[in-house]
Design a protein around this ligand. Structure first.
Ligand SMILES: Cc1cc2nc3c(=O)[nH]c(=O)nc-3n(C[C@H](O)[C@H](O)[C@H](O)COP(=O)(O)OP(=O)(O)OC[C@H]3O[C@@H](n4cnc5c(N)ncnc54)[C@H](O)[C@@H]3O)c2cc1C
Length: 460
């Protein structure tokens, strides 16, 4: 008779994979858990890469929550440099390539967890050129760090004006690399409403940062020694010894294609607990969709918060425990130089796409009491249901301390509160940190007035 109550195979050893492993271990202590990781690194915090490259986080180990020795010591069968290359869902078997020995092995499972993450999309123009990198794995971060230290690039181009691209603008600027950001869409950070993308863009450009929107990379040229030399766009040519491509992600699910596992654009379709369309197969993190309770849809939201949550929920689900989980709501934050931005729930643009009856208010206040020195501007926008006043989402922008102000809106959206609830909500106050009327009190009042006025207009 088997020593183990259940035989579990996890593919991928970073955020979702390792969180799932420990969650299963906690809830099913007698299970056998094998973790397959095709790389050499596990359990690292990718979100810290920009600060690691900058040198603020000095040692790679600081980014690692659990190293391989600890994971093995904790009783997991961790197989590094082992790549899952095929799965037979009928026979419940995974074919694995041992990349060190260059040989295959077959593992059977009772439950399979797919936590393979995603890979950075790449442009075709840079193939084989030195000094061009994605930033997705710890290996990528180390390559970039080493290249900056050794080649000492003076000029860089970041391709893509999403979160990662904009964060890296700060990193490279602090490392004294003259950096251009090239974004082919009309604006940066396009998950935010236009006013918010524009607020940040204006501030960054005002400080002299070179961010080019509506500009598409069309080619590149290398030096005789194969090093990056120039990036060509549809508008101009930039000299650059360093290029970072940050143009989006492709879920690592190629090896699962055509096997009956339901996917959308390569991302695995799951329910709230990571269950896939195939029995005993779970998936979560950057390789899968996640349920967004605000849109009521499965959405691709590749974030560390979601990856960790899904790891834990998958573990609980495998153990037969399914806590109340409503789904996520797209909360995200950004910090670049002294600026901070955050969002939760639906933006105006997303509410419009979903065909919802929405309205919104935007409030500009200060982050300190009017009389207190050193205050700076703070912006908050609330998107709400124009009939019921239900808060659908919010966005904030300002300087230090601004992003964390989203958390009150996160809770409001999660709890299904209305703009009326915000009007007199009892926010804390001290002059160096806030005004006697919190900006959310003001936004709640403005939104309530807007609803009231439109009702009056309708009954006239
Ligand atoms: C620079 C950067 C900054 C970020 N900043 C933030 C942030 O501030 N906030 C936030 O919420 N999120 C942030 N994220 C996103 C967050 O880090 C990811 O969402 C999260 O790491 C995804 O975890 P995961 O476990 O799904 O995938 P991954 O971390 O990608 O892990 C998947 C693992 O699976 C392995 N694998 C893949 N295929 C196979 C296979 N066939 N066989 C074996 N192993 C395989 C891969 O080698 C990889 O190690 C950031 C990401 C980056 C890169």
């Amino acid at each position: 008779m088997s020593l183990y109550s259940m035989n579990i195979v996890i593919i991928g050893g970073v955020a979702t994979g390792l969180t799932a492993a420990y969650s299963i271990r906690k809830n099913l202590p007698s299970s056998k858990i094998t973790i397959l990781e095709r790389g050499e690194d596990i359990s690292y915090g990718a979100c810290g890469f920009p600060y690691y490259i900058e040198g603020l986080i000095e040692k790679e180990e600081k980014l690692i929550a659990k190293n391989a020795a600890e994971v093995l010591h904790d009783g997991f069968d961790l197989k590094l440099r082992h790549e899952a290359i095929d799965v037979d869902f009928e026979r419940k078997e995974v074919t694995v390539r041992n990349l060190s020995l260059q040989e295959n092995l077959t593992l059977s499972y009772d439950k399979l967890v797919i936590a393979t993450g995603a890979s950075a999309k790449r442009l075709p123009f840079f193939r084989g050129m030195k000094g061009v990198f994605p930033l997705n794995t710890l290996e990528d971060a180390n390559h970039i760090k080493k290249y900056i230290e050794e080649a000492k690039p003076e000029k860089a181009v970041i391709i893509g004006g999403g979160n990662k691209g904009i964060e890296l603008l700060e990193t490279l600027t602090l490392l004294a690399v003259d950096t251009q950001v090239v974004e082919f869409l009309p604006r940066i950070l396009n998950r935010y409403d236009e006013e918010f993308s524009d607020l940040l863009l204006k501030e960054l450009r005002g400080e002299g940062h070179k961010i080019h929107t509506r500009e598409e990379v069309t080619g590149a040229e290398a030096s005789e020694k194969g090093f990056m030399k120039t990036v060509v766009t549809d508008q101009r040519t930039y000299e650059a010894e360093l290029v970072i491509e940050s143009i989006g992600l492709t879920p690592n699910t190629d090896f699962l294609q055509g096997k009956g596992l339901q996917m959308e654009k390569g991302a695995i379709v799951t329910d709230r607990y990571g269950r896939t369309s195939i029995g005993d197969v779970y998936a979560g993190g950057d390789c899968a969709l996640i349920y967004d309770h605000m849109s009521g849809q499965n959405t691709y939201l590749p974030l560390g918060t979601n990856a960790n949550k899904m790891g834990r929920l998958i573990g609980l689900s495998i153990a037969g425990k399914e806590p109340d989980f409503k789904g996520v709501q797209g909360s995200a934050m950004l910090k670049v130089f002294e600026f901070e931005m955050a969002m939760t729930g639906l933006t105006d643009q997303r509410a419009a796409e979903l065909g919802l009856p929405f309205d919104s208010v935007m409030v500009r206040t200060r982050n300190k009491s009017g009389y207190y020195p050193g205050g700076t501007e703070f912006f908050v926008k609330i998107t709400f249901d124009r009939n019921t006043g239900k808060i659908l989402g919010g966005q904030v922008f300002g300087r230090e301390g601004s992003a964390l102000r989203i958390q009150a809106l996160v809770a409001s959206v999660y709890a299904g509160l209305t703009v009326h609830d915000l009007e007199y909500m009892d926010f804390g106050y001290i002059p160096p940190l806030n005004s006697v009327w919190d900006s959310l009190n003001i936004a709640g009042r403005k939104a309530s007035e807007k609803i009231e006025n439109s009702r009056r207009g309708a009954t006239r």
